[in-house]
Design a protein around this ligand. Structure first.
Ligand code: SD4
Length: 336
């Protein structure tokens, strides 16, 4: 049986089984008659959709998304409302309000959203708007475009009813002032519990959507745009296959089109875990200085199987699945 067929069969089975039933990916009638089955069997005794997965330790965001799914809403609503929790959290200095500024003190945000139809909307380098993810959704739904940048994105947001506000909090301003003493630009390998938030969700219909939102690398050059809002790099969804999203050094994710790569690898039969590992290895192969930066990926396939992998220790992610909101440490490459 071809993997693609298997995925479709398993997805249909997933949707068909009652909650609590056992799902076995390859049923007798699905078995290949002429050779060895190429698909890995997916067996779980628990229902795996609906589900939510997000980068980092963000239980409030995954809970919000889960609650939206439980209310019968779409995966698209879930990921938007889920990441909005982090955008609004001023203590989180990598997303939305309170995000660390660029080297000139401007808080510039990148965000994108992608739905089950493969539609996509994004904003890059937007300023003074707390919820770039919702502007990204409006770009997708209300304009003939997919990506708006800078002032144009802000103007569009204001025309759409968003209220501009100062996003540079005292805490972030203080950090920036400290940074200015030496003003050295060196990306930091994140060992905290937070950074760019990428979120993927599957709703009760089995449909997948994703969102990704960030203030980007702190003290970046003015005008710098990372991977997070760029389709295929920071996020990619294919509702037939699954989705992936990234955190870490955006330049490296962009060069390898990481999230698209992961989804394509899953299409070819890899599990989400195998696909994330391969995408990280692709980065490492291309960048001999990989010890100096972090890249982390999470992924989910149509059945709700998840994967996560990163270069260095300490990347973690949160899942809300089977009624459980859980943080996990991701496996990593650099064990030396
Ligand atoms: C970027 N990927 O702008 C984002 C930032 C990030 O850990 O995730 N940093 O490159």
């Amino acid at each position: 049986m071809k993997r693609r067929k298997f995925i479709q069969n398993a997805a249909l089975t997933t949707l068909g089984v009652a909650v609590g039933a056992t799902l076995t990916g390859c049923t007798d009638e699905n078995k290949e008659t002429t050779g060895t089955a190429v698909a890995k069997e997916v067996t779980t005794s628990k229902p795996v959709i609906p589900m939510v997965i997000a980068t980092w330790n963000v239980p409030n965001a995954t809970k919000k998304a889960w609650d939206v799914l439980q209310a019968g809403k779409s995966a698209l609503d879930a990921v938007e409302q889920g990441v909005m929790i982090e955008e609004a959290d001023e203590n989180n200095q990598s997303v939305g309000k309170g995000g660390l500024p660029d080297r000139d003190g401007n808080v510039t945000l990148d965000a994108c959203i992608m739905n089950k139809e493969g539609n996509y909307g994004a904003v890059v380098c937007i300023e003074n708007i707390k919820h770039p993810i919702s502007v990204a959704r409006k770009v997708m739904e209300d304009t003939p475009h997919v990506l708006l940048a800078g002032n144009g994105a802000k103007q569009f947001a204001i025309e759409s009813g968003f209220t501009p506000e100062n996003l540079l909090t005292e805490k972030s301003k203080e950090a920036w002032n400290k940074w200015k003493v030496e003003a050295k630009y060196k990306p930091i390998i994140n060992v905290e519990n937070h950074d760019t938030i990428g979120m993927l969700a599957i709703d009760k219909n089995g449909d997948i959507s994703g969102a990704c939102t960030t203030s980007g690398l702190s003290y970046k050059m003015q005008g710098r745009v990372g991977d997070s809002a760029i389709i295929g790099s920071g996020l990619f969804i294919d509702n037939e296959i699954g989705g992936a999203t990234a955190t870490g050094m955006g330049e490296e994710v962009l060069k390898t089109v990481g999230s698209f790569l992961i989804v394509e690898l899953m299409r070819q039969g890899k599990s989400p875990q195998e696909a994330c590992e391969e995408a990280v290895k692709r980065v490492i192969k291309k960048s001999p200085n990989y010890k100096d930066f972090q890249v982390g990926y999470i992924a989910v396939n149509k059945q709700g199987e998840t994967g996560a992998y990163c270069i260095h220790e300490w990347f973690n992610y949160t899942t809300y699945q089977n009624n459980e909101n859980k943080n996990h440490k991701a496996d990593f490459y650099n064990k030396a």
